[in-house]
Write a protein that binds this ligand. Structure first.
Ligand code: COA
Length: 163
């Protein structure tokens, strides 16, 4: 049987406990999940390579998650789906607002590549308020990051807080 490969793309600026929870659930649904860190999607805080390193450090303690390849990508997501023969793209949804945005993203992607599939995973309620920008704001003011981000991200933000 062909491998069921899914891609989990995002800015991960930085990766949060919400992202980790989505990934944990995605690896149970597919044979392999590749985490794709977008290089040019937003005016990011950290360069993509550093964001990818922090994703790797955050997954290292979990044997199943540590097996997920993490790669930086640039350009269109549909090209990654085609090139890697992925059967689905994973996205987490925290709210109706996320859904609206994701619906638009899916619509464009499916127009570009008709076989494009998105699997939306609802955020765990206890993690649904977390966003990367709020994490950066807490870090900027020296607030505690427990319960928001994995330990390697908290350490990196404490060492070099966003300005
Ligand atoms: N728990 C916690 N937070 C979550 C979350 C979850 N389950 N799911 C999403 N988020 C948050 C993130 O923290 C982030 O917060 P922020 O807006 O404050 O930064 C936000 O939701 C979304 O970030 P992220 O999940 O990292 O992804 P993204 O929306 O930045 O990624 C791409 C978008 C990369 C998938 C998209 O831009 C893309 O495909 N780019 C390539 C170009 C392309 O093909 N575009 C589409 C065709 S036009």
């Amino acid at each position: 049987m062909t491998e069921r490969l899914a891609l989990y793309p995002g800015s991960f600026d930085p990766v949060t406990l919400g992202h980790i929870d989505v990934l944990q659930r995605a690896v149970r649904l597919f044979d392999r999940v590749v985490v794709l860190v977008a290089a040019g999607a937003k005016a990011g805080f950290w360069p993509a390579e550093q964001r990818a390193r922090l994703v790797a450090a955050s997954l290292a303690a979990d044997r199943q998650l540590a097996a997920c390849p993490i790669e930086v990508f640039e350009g269109l997501l549909v090209h990654e789906v085609e090139r890697r023969r992925a059967c689905a793209v994973i996205r987490g949804i925290r709210s109706a607002g996320d859904y609206e945005q994701e619906w638009g993203l899916h619509g464009v992607n499916v127009t570009l590549l008709p076989q494009f599939e998105t699997v939306w995973l609802p955020a765990r309620a206890s993690l649904a308020a977390i966003s990367s920008s709020l994490v950066r704001e807490v870090a900027r003011h020296g607030g505690p990051l427990d319960g928001l981000v994995p330990a390697p991200v908290a350490a990196a933000l404490a060492a070099a807080p966003p300005r």
